[in-house]
Design a protein around this ligand. Structure first.
Ligand code: SF4
Length: 219
């Protein structure tokens, strides 16, 4: 069985392999405005409470695991929608049972993010990994979830389609390979470095930090 790595690390790896290495292999972390805003947003969601509104049951801070992908984490919110016709033959509408509740319910993960919707798949990959964990844990199908963006206060639906699943599985595999290799990649300087919380630790303009330090020490 592979080590269980955090689902959130997929996002770091998708953003920049060096960021993943610094945070998870070297255990570095620096909080900037962007990570601080994200943490506050998650703290508001991470109450652990569940509640129901009619045909919707809302679970918060749900623990997730996938042995197949070697991932674990916590889902901010998983909404469960009561299926109108639980006898449906559609595998996408199989649903699950909930303790103390009648009928079958369709899980729908919702991940809270600071900022705005992004062109890149970073956030969608994290949501997809949550959906894959839920599918494995609950033996069901999850065709859709959503991202909620704090800045725009807007919910964006995300289709958990074949392309996103392939991308997420490949990234999880790459993450395990990097973890096993125990080596942080060199910087990949680019526009993303401006908003990177590890900019001052990474020293992206100096390329290989070992070489940079030798250069400084050699004077
Ligand atoms: S500063 Fe740039 S190269 Fe360094 S970890 Fe951040 S994004 Fe990656």
């Amino acid at each position: 069985m592979p080590d269980l790595l955090p689902i959130s690390a997929l996002q770091h790896l998708a953003y920049c392999p060096r960021q993943f290495g610094l945070i998870h292999i070297e255990q570095s972390w620096a909080e900037n405005l962007f990570t601080a805003e994200g943490r506050v947003l998650h703290e508001r969601v991470d109450t652990g409470r569940s509640d129901s509104r009619g045909d919707v049951h809302i679970a918060r801070s749900l623990r997730l695991v996938s042995q197949a992908l070697g991932l674990s984490g916590i889902a901010d919110v998983v909404e469960f929608y009561r299926l109108k016709d639980p006898t449906t033959e559609d595998p996408n509408e199989k649903g699950v049972t909930l303790p103390g509740r009648r009928g079958r319910w369709q899980p729908f993960p919702v991940e809270y993010k600071r900022g705005r919707s992004k062109r890149e798949d970073w956030d969608r990959i994290q949501l997809c990994a949550q959906a894959l964990c839920l599918e494995e844990m609950l033996d069901t199908s999850i065709p859709e979830g959503a991202l909620f963006y704090g800045k725009a206060r807007r919910r964006e639906p995300v289709s958990i389609d074949g392309g996103l699943r392939t991308e997420t599985r490949a990234l999880a595999e790459r993450m395990h390979t990097m973890w096993a290799g125990n080596r942080t990649p060199s910087p990949e300087p680019g526009p993303k470095c401006k908003n990177c919380s590890l900019n001052e630790i990474c020293l992206p303009k100096h390329g290989n930090v070992g070489a940079y330090l030798r250069e400084m020490l050699d004077g």
